[in-house]
Unconditional design. Structure first.
Length: 595
């Protein structure tokens, strides 16, 4: 009996202090309690002395009579052996936080108003059935059930994040589902080798590491769903075979979707009359439909005042918020180490944490979405959504953003930035430099300093784009020529930029200059070669089509007509392969009105 009691969980019913001899013989002082299995005893009524005695022997106490206890036992849902071994692998254990559980487990609940006022969707929004599911959901579920991998794309704020949760919620009832916020190669290797049964994996921002995404797809038991924006999908779509992936655009809404989205807005927020669009040519997204029809200021307008108030109260806190949004837009989180360097080590640890915590509601702790290895013991933070990050950056006063941007690049060393390789792809984008430096020579000086540290042709490319935006075409040409010269291989994106600079520098020049038209033709010729020789056809076809229309406006003759007909043919081919590209659709429509 003593041996059995040490190996098996035990329940004692009908025992009391009168039976202490029998119990002590099993669980007395000579028995090592550390090796005993759990044990319970049912006591008829509460008695502090009796409870203290049995607790000293390692018992869990249950108070109640036998009938009450048996009724309770009857309510317990027992797991069968089949339930315990329902999965043939351990992926749900390895990635527990990414595993979408079938039940409603510890979900945070909030008022649905928060969602309609711009907060990113959370599980309680989806489970409440207060967020309308557009017609895209059923179509996507049908594609998934056919066993195909899927890329879901759309314009910013087209409802991809909401749809991702709705898809997972529907699929979890019948399938094993995981949701990842992009994946590193190490993670993809674990997933690829571990999965032994049908599994559906949703990856947000998959183009952050397309190689890792494709690595997961090598396991035939996995149905893979990738989510990302148009631009990023466009730039990487050539790497995904149409035989292996279906591309689906969620930007456009059916009329019944627009009406139902309007109806789902809480009455306290909803305007009395539905507004479908502001401009006739507009194709509004979910975000725009909601913003047009709520009786509160638009998201961008609400944050103008907030940023001004922050700057008045605590400029360092505003800078910390802007930096977090800047990092997030570059697809990396804020680490404590980066925050400390950014603040020039002027604050104590607890003060930095207090500053970050005071931004709660706009900045949250990054959990389960960080794609680098957390070897060091520090916290990571990110804005509550990509839309919020971009809204704050776009609405930030020129002086606010400039102060943050210069401070960041002067004080934060690159080895501290989480996943610097991902960060630098966007960090030096001409958009941020244009927002910071209104004087072209200051912007050029920034790029020259960056290039001194990292001899990348892409830095020169962004420098050229920045200068082109500032109408400094001669300086832009010097930068892009240098980028072409130092490239260790052919980069078609740099050649595309070269063509754009040649075109924009000459399209508005005097017609009497014979070199103007030949330079424009040279630009069109570069784009022709790019389209023929590069796999990213859409990228070059769109640039070619835009330039062909401008060329025809300046020179309405046979040559310009040929350019437009060629562009029209390319865009038709793209529409067959990539129906989801909205910009290609709009350009094709415009060309069809001319030729």
């Amino acid at each position: 009996m003593t041996n059995a009691a040490s190996q098996l969980p035990s329940l004692f019913i009908g025992y009391s202090l009168e039976d202490v001899g029998a119990i002590e013989s099993l669980f007395g002082d000579d028995t090592d309690k550390s090796i005993q299995k759990e044990k319970w005893i049912l006591l008829h009524k509460k008695d502090e002395g009796t409870e203290a005695y049995f607790k000293a022997l390692g018992f869990n106490i249950i108070i109640g009579d036998t009938l009450e206890f048996l009724d309770f036992v009857d309510t317990i849902e027992l797991k069968t052996k089949k339930d315990k071994n329902i999965y043939k692998d351990s992926l749900h254990i390895i990635f527990e936080s990414e595993f979408v559980k079938k039940g409603n487990v510890n979900n945070r609940v909030r008022q649905i108003d928060e969602f309609f006022l711009g907060s990113p969707p959370i599980w309680s929004d989806i489970l409440s059935n207060r967020v309308y599911a557009t017609s895209h959901l059923s179509k996507i579920l049908n594609i998934i059930e056919s066993g195909k991998n899927l890329v879901i794309t759309g314009i910013p704020a087209s409802g991809k994040s909401t749809l991702k949760l709705q898809i997972a919620n529907k699929l979890k009832k019948e399938h094993r589902v995981f949701m990842f916020e992009n994946v590193s190669f190490n993670k993809s290797e674990i997933i690829k080798h571990e999965v032994k049964q049908k599994t559906i994996i949703l990856v947000d921002n998959y183009t952050t590491d397309t190689e890792s995404f494709l690595n997961i797809a090598k396991n035939s038991k996995i149905i893979l769903l990738g989510f990302d924006r148009y631009f990023y999908v466009d730039m990487s779509s050539h790497r995904l075979s149409n035989n292996d992936f279906t591309f689906y655009d969620v930007s456009d809404l059916e009329d019944r979707d627009v009406q139902s989205i309007y109806n789902s807005i809480p009455e306290s927020l909803r305007k009395p009359t539905l507004t479908k669009k502001i401009k006739e040519s507009e194709i509004p997204s979910i975000f725009e439909i909601v913003n047009y029809n709520i009786n509160k200021p638009a998201l961008k307008d609400r944050y103008c005042e907030i940023l001004d108030e922050l700057n008045d109260d605590d400029p360092d806190l505003l800078d910390l918020l802007l930096m977090t949004c800047y990092l997030h837009s570059c697809r990396v989180p804020l680490s404590f180490e980066v925050a400390n360097s950014f603040l020039d080590n002027e604050y104590q640890y607890y003060e930095v944490i207090e500053m970050i915590n005071s931004l709660k509601g706009m900045v949250n702790e990054a959990i389960g979405s960080v794609t680098f290895n957390k070897m060091e013991d520090q916290d990571y933070y990110e804005p509550r959504s990509q839309v919020l990050a971009e809204t704050i950056i776009s609405q930030a006063n020129y002086n606010y953003f400039k102060r943050m941007f210069i401070n960041f690049h002067n004080h934060v060393p690159k080895h501290q930035i989480p996943n610097f390789k991902t960060f630098k792809r966007k960090a030096y984008d001409s958009f941020y430099v244009s927002k910071t430096y209104h004087k072209w020579n200051e912007g050029l000086e920034f790029y020259e300093k960056a290039y001194h540290k990292d001899k990348s042709p892409f830095l020169l490319q962004q420098s050229a784009i920045y200068l082109m935006k500032r109408k400094r075409f001669t300086e832009a040409a010097i930068q892009i020529d240098k980028a072409l010269q130092i490239s260790y291989k052919r980069f078609f994106t740099i050649e595309n930029t070269h063509a754009i600079i040649l075109f924009k520098a000459n399209i508005n020049s005097n017609d009497t200059d014979l070199n103007v038209r030949s330079t424009l033709d040279k630009s069109m010729g570069i784009l022709k070669k790019c389209y023929v020789e590069d796999k990213r056809k859409t990228y070059h076809a769109i640039t070619f089509a835009e330039q062909a229309i401008s060329y025809h406006t300046k020179y309405p003759d046979e040559i310009s007509t040929e350019y437009m007909q060629l562009a029209k043919g390319w865009l038709k081919e793209i529409q067959i392969e990539r129906r989801w590209n909205r910009q290609a659709k709009e350009l094709l429509r415009e060309l069809s009105l001319i030729v």
